[in-house]
Structure formats: C-alpha cells, structure tokens
Write a protein that binds this ligand. Structure first.
Ligand code: C2E
Ligand code: CA
Ligand code: CA
Ligand code: CA
Length: 279
C-alpha cells in the first residue's frame, strides 16, 4: 500500500510527479475557471472583542469550485496563479467583485463594515496596481474608507517602492493591514517605517494560547507592540472562548476565527448581517 512505502524512493518520485501534474492541471484550468464563473467569494467576519463580539468587518476569502475536483483550497491554486502571473487577473476580479458586493450590501441597508481583500505580492508589485484599485472603487461607487487591503510582511522587502504605494492608497482613505504578522523577518522595522492601520497577528501565535505560557507571553508582547505604534490589533485563528478571554484581557481590539465565525458564503453572510441587526 501507499502507506507502507512512504519514505521509499519510488513512492517519493511518484508523489513528486503527482504534485507536478496537479500543478500543471491547475495552471491549465485557471483561465477557464474564471470565464466559467467557478470562483466564489467567501467572507469571514471580524469581531470587536467582547464576550459576545459584534461585527466589525469581513475578510474576503477566495474559493474555487472545480467541477472535477470540488472545492480547491486557495493554498493549492493561489501559489500556481502567482507563479504564472494569472493572479493579476484573478486578483483584479476579486477586488472588483468585493467592492461591488460591499456597495450593494450598503445600498440594501446592511450594516456598513469594512471589507478586506488579500493582495498577493505579485499583484502589489505590478505597476498598474494602484489604478486597478482606484478603478474597482470608482466603478463600484464604494467609499475608499470601507476598503482594506491585507498585505503580508514577506512582500514588504522593497521598502521605498512599497512605502510610496502604500501612502498613495492610504491618502485616499483605504486601510492597510499587515497579514500573518510575526511570521516574516523585519516585523518591527516595518511597523516603524510603513503607513499601516491594522496588525493581524498570525494564528500560530494564538493556537497554543493560553495553555502555553511562552506563546501567551509572546502574544501579549505582540499586542503591546502593535498598540505602542498606535495600530488596531487583530488576532487571527481564535477558536476557543479561553483564547477570546485571554485576548480581551490583553488589549487586543479585534478577533477573527472559528470561535466567532467560519468563512461564510454570500447567503450565510447576508443571514449574519440580518441577525446582527436584530440583536
Ligand atoms: P489568510 O489571509 O491568512 O487567511 C486566513 C486563513 O485561515 C483562511 O484560510 C481561513 O479560512 C483560515 N481560518 C480562519 N479562521 C480560522 C481558525 O479559527 N482556525 C484555523 N485553523 N484557520 C482559520 P483559507 O480561506 O484557506 O485561505 C488561505 C490563504 O489563501 C489566506 O490566508 C490567503 O493568504 C490566501 N487567500 C485567500 N483568498 C485570497 C485572495 O483572494 N487573494 C489572495 N492573494 N490570497 C488569498
Ligand atoms: Ca488575510
Ligand atoms: Ca492571515
Ligand atoms: Ca496565512
């Protein structure tokens, strides 16, 4: 069986080949998937920290319903799309759809909350990125203050260009958050030099809290670091009540994670909006 041969050279080569075939398959399928409307936006709520969190915003998470394979997780197709450049088109689609839907929800009378869109490094580096964002906002009619862009630390390694771009976006009222904070290298340096609004602490720092004393101490330090720079601090991957309580007691502002809500499809998100208006 496959299990018994794990570690043997033959199985290793076989699995590597498999992996390559899969990537090539995905690469071929991406453009058609976009044309055929197989991509779908999911939304994960962000909550203001309290024992019963209130809706503070949403993060857009991309899903691909491949007719052959079913749901393909983003970690399987986004790296492929980044490698061959398709992420430029796909990312633009996500941005336009997100702004359009956010504006539509506002027009329908749902609570006005920020919508956060993940931006890949490849996308951010593209010379037309600012135009793409501006067009998405203009065409949708969404006020820039309701759009947040999530960038990762690892893409901030070109400080001068990055700073200029971030400043241009921010001067229009768009919010910038640093995603997966703590997993990159020069974290503290970036906090000092770049125009940022929100710090999203990576879920790896939250997972073992409060059971692990070391992780808990680290988490508190990161929260304090963010606060000392005047940033809004969000903790990702909050899965339990004890984590929520620990974070609330540590001065964290926002949470995101399965404890508050899993990523929701559009219908479920609209239901959550309605529930939040009735409570
Ligand atoms: P991310 O931006 O760090 O998003 C958070 C991921 O953690 C999401 O996975 C989310 O479903 C998951 N998550 C949320 N709450 C919890 C929790 O309580 N526990 C655990 N264990 N996980 C939780 P997802 O949706 O599979 O997305 C994975 C990554 O794919 C994202 O990481 C982001 O880097 C990327 N991604 C997703 N959508 C887009 C997009 O539209 N554009 C780009 N460029 N990247 C995207
Ligand atoms: Ca994110
Ligand atoms: Ca993250
Ligand atoms: Ca991540």
């Amino acid at each position: 069986s496959k299990q018994a041969s794990v570690g043997e050279p033959y199985w290793f080569e076989y699995s590597l080949l498999d992996e390559i075939h899969k990537r090539i398959e995905i690469e071929k399928k991406l453009p058609k998937a976009l044309e055929h409307g197989e991509f779908e936006l999911y939304f994960q709520p962000k909550g203001n920290i309290s024992s019963t969190p209130s809706l503070a915003g949403l993060e857009v998470l991309l899903r691909w319903n491949d007719p052959d394979q079913g749901m393909v997780p983003p970690m399987e197709f986004i790296p492929v799309a980044e490698e061959n450049g398709f992420i430029i088109r796909l990312g633009e689609w996500v941005l336009r759809e997100s702004c359009r839907l956010a504006k539509r929800w506002q027009d329908e009378g749902y609570p006005k909350v920020t919508i956060s869109v993940n931006v890949s490094a490849v996308q951010f580096r593209h010379p037309q990125f600012i135009d793409v964002v501006e067009n998405a906002l203009r065409d949708s009619g969404l006020e820039p203050g309701y759009l947040e862009l999530e960038v990762t630390e690892t893409m901030l390694n070109d400080p001068v260009v990055i700073k200029e771009k971030l400043e241009r976006l921010r001067s229009q009222g768009i919010k910038i958050s640093i995603d997966d904070f703590g997993t990159g290298y020069s974290s503290i340096h970036y906090l000092k030099t770049l125009p940022i609004d929100i710090l999203k602490i990576d879920k790896s720092f939250v997972q073992e809290t409060p059971l692990s004393e070391q992780d808990s101490t680290l988490l508190v330090s990161i929260i304090q670091l963010g606060k000392s720079f005047g940033l809004t601090v969000l903790a990702e991957g909050v899965e339990s009540k004890s984590q929520l309580e620990f974070l609330a007691g540590s001065g964290c502002d926002l949470i995101q994670g399965y404890y508050y809500s899993r990523p929701l499809n559009r219908a479920a998100m609209e239901q959550m909006f309605k529930d939040s208006m009735n409570s």
